[in-house]
Design a protein around this ligand. Sequence first.
Ligand SMILES: NC(=O)c1ccc[n+]([C@@H]2O[C@H](COP(=O)([O-])OP(=O)(O)OC[C@H]3O[C@@H](n4cnc5c(N)ncnc54)[C@H](O)[C@@H]3O)[C@@H](O)[C@H]2O)c1
Length: 290
Amino acid sequence: MSIEKIFITGSGLMGGGIAQVCAQSGFRVILNDVRPEALLEAKKNISWSVGKLVEKGSVKESREEIMTRIATTTEIEAAASADLVIEAVFENLELKRDVFRRLDKAAGPGAILASNTSAISISELAGVTGRPENVLGLHFFSPVPMMGTAEVIRGMLTSEETFSRGVDFVRRLGKDPILVHRDIPAFVINRINFRANIEAMRLVEQGVATVEDIDKGLRLAGGRKMGPFETGDMVGLDVTHGALMAIYEETRDASFYPPAILRRKVQMGQLGRKTGRGWYEYNPDGTIKK
Ligand SMILES: NC(=O)c1ccc[n+]([C@@H]2O[C@H](COP(=O)([O-])OP(=O)(O)OC[C@H]3O[C@@H](n4cnc5c(N)ncnc54)[C@H](O)[C@@H]3O)[C@@H](O)[C@H]2O)c1
């Protein structure tokens, strides 16, 4: 069965971005969230972003054509008509287990269930469903419309067919997939990046260098488009914290335990761009306060 209709649950930064690239690639999308206001916000953001890409000429269809492919709903039962379901709710194990149980009931028997989790075990999520062979990880990177790749992750019981359909789906989005053959915490790219990011946080904590200088250094000397703190503010400090805790819980490797500076910021609600303050402080127009 070919993948034509996608149901995405969780319409935040990632769910919205995934909905956008699916619609741009011709898929029909149903975007779901428990909060109606999140769905409104997501449609507004997607429409703005598609408009920019049309202006730049990187998207050929009109904004209207693309937006008509995206329907929104607060009802999880709407997953019944989808060939592929992508979960992008908060990074919380209990929540995701509950959502997977409900998606398993709601989705048609042949549908694939995917999680965009940053670090939670795909096998564990598959384990709460009656179709573990149809479950895999599809880990997109932020900002989804700009990033050229996504990780496709095998759970312990993911079938060859499900895995190759996942790989093919990522290609149909115009992205070049990274194949992850074992379901290890944080998968491949985050596993490597987290080590560097934790080191960067510790250097700030120890007063060795500032957030600004580390970001500048990695841009100018490390060949990155964005420094780790700029990226961290976009991703959300709570998301990074959740992912590090998930790796730590699974591996008991203390080097992955979130540094105190990150824990404190999360406790204070300094979560990055979405709260106006994280590693940097932001003006209402999104620019960094000097
Ligand atoms: N932020 C990133 O850069 C990034 C990158 C890769 C993967 N991820 C992963 O993607 C997932 C989503 O992250 P995000 O940054 O988009 O989060 P977010 O906070 O922007 O959005 C999460 C959305 O999920 C919704 N939600 C919560 N419970 C729900 C439920 N029961 N049913 C439906 N919707 C529900 C919330 O209302 C919210 O709109 C997480 O697992 C995260 O680890 C994030």
